[in-house]
Write a protein that binds this ligand. Structure first.
Ligand SMILES: C=C(O[C@@H]1C=C(C(=O)O)C=C[C@H]1O)C(=O)O
Length: 381
């Protein structure tokens, strides 16, 4: 395990944080323009080695904010049998509550470059066409009727390409501007604007936001969201989160479901909070919670089996956890949704899924995934 020498100092206002990360391989986790961005790579480790790396590090942090000191970013695969890696950037620049800072590892130096032009791409159906998606939804409702699961989340994909030297930060900036109430993230080529917090830990306080149940935007009509289908979908998701965090947190409480309105659609949402159990970290919660019913289904194992059967695509890191962790085990993690993977050669893959229950309608679910693909399509047009 390398011994990292990490130093955080205060910075006058950092300005546009994305200028402090790189155009071709941005690292960012932002909300309303605040958060952290990273430049370069000091070290990359398996997630399981994080505590050992953090315990060995020499950290001089005169700022003491969430996201200052030693941090690592991660974008984990949807599939739990694939490796989970954390990247410690050589430089991190952050801002929160009006305070900015810069963290350097070893002799690295911060560098700022203005954002370039946003690339455009025409996206077209990938491994799962519209017709194939409808068929898969119908097959899922039959499997549910046969008692194999209560809910399964099925996704489809779009593909395209951008010039390899495009400024990916500009794409992320467009996503963040259009969806200000989301987590704007970029890690290892995955970038998006996720409305869904998987879990956050800040000085021992755990918070999570469960989303499930979706309707198109409407001026003032809450009716579709309170349908029996949406409510049961939402209940599955909330119950699975509460059961999962029970062994890892005390004093767990939750709000009543409320409506979260985004520019492209509305979701039923429930906020959960609790106190982290001693000796645990945000990574323990991430490991326990993923995949939630919101992206897998219920019961989890049966739903994952159905996904493997009915969804002929590789989710890669779509619907996986994305976020950051610090040396104390605090951190912020979202679910990688409303996102795309952009590879170094400019290949773009975007995914979106929907929760299928007994009475799901294939056309409606196809339309719902269309709404969920909108953020990425618009950011690239
Ligand atoms: C699976 C996605 O979204 C998830 C599924 C939802 C649903 O089925 O209603 C709602 C929000 C997310 O939890 C996606 O955006 O791809």
């Amino acid at each position: 395990m390398p011994v990292l020498e990490v130093r955080t100092v205060a910075l006058d206002d950092a300005g546009e944080l994305l200028e402090w990360t790189s155009p071709d391989a941005p690292l960012a986790f932002l909300r309303r323009g605040d958060g952290i961005v990273g430049l370069g790579e000091a070290v990359r480790v398996p997630a399981a080695s994080w505590t050992a790396l953090a315990d060995a590090a020499l950290v001089d942090d005169s700022v003491g904010m969430p996201g200052s000191g030693l941090v690592a970013f991660g974008s984990f695969p949807f599939r739990r049998d694939r490796p989970q890696e954390l990247v410690v950037p050589a430089v991190v620049v952050g801002r929160r509550d009006g305070r900015s800072w810069v963290t350097t590892v070893g002799a690295a130096a911060a560098e700022r470059t203005p954002l370039g032009a946003a690339p455009t791409a025409e996206l077209s159906p990938g491994a799962v066409t519209a017709a194939a998606y409808r068929d898969a939804v119908a097959a899922a409702t039959r499997a549910i009727a046969a008692g194999r699961a209560s809910k399964v989340v099925l996704a489809r994909d779009l593909g395209g390409s951008i010039p390899p030297d495009s400024d990916r930060r500009a794409t992320l900036a467009r996503l963040a501007a259009a969806y200000p109430d989301t987590w704007a993230f970029a890690v290892d080529g995955m970038l998006g604007a996720s409305p869904e917090t998987l879990v956050r830990v800040s000085r021992g306080e755990v918070t999570a936001r469960v989303l499930a149940g979706t309707a198109a935007p409407a001026l003032d009509d809450a009716a579709p969201l309170s349908s029996a289908k949406n409510r049961s979908e939402h209940e599955f998701a909330v119950r699975s989160v509460l059961e999962t965090i029970a062994p890892l947190a005390a004093d767990v409480s939750h709000t009543d479901p409320f409506i979260l309105t985004l520019p492209n659609l509305r979701h039923l949402a429930t906020d959960v909070r609790g106190a982290l159990a001693p000796g645990r970290s945000v990574l323990d919660l991430v490991a326990a919670l993923h995949p939630t019913a919101a992206v897998g289904g219920t019961p989890t194992d049966a739903a994952l089996e159905l996904i493997a059967e009915l969804e002929p695509l590789d989710r890669d890191r779509y619907a996986g956890p994305v976020g950051w962790v610090d040396a104390a085990g605090d951190g912020e993690w979202a679910i990688a949704l409303r996102c795309a993977r952009i590879t170094p050669d400019g290949a773009v893959t975007a995914w979106a899924g929907a929760g299928i229950v007994a009475d799901s309608d294939p056309d409606a679910e196809l339309a719902e995934t269309g709404l969920k693909l909108r953020p990425v399509i618009d950011a690239l047009s």
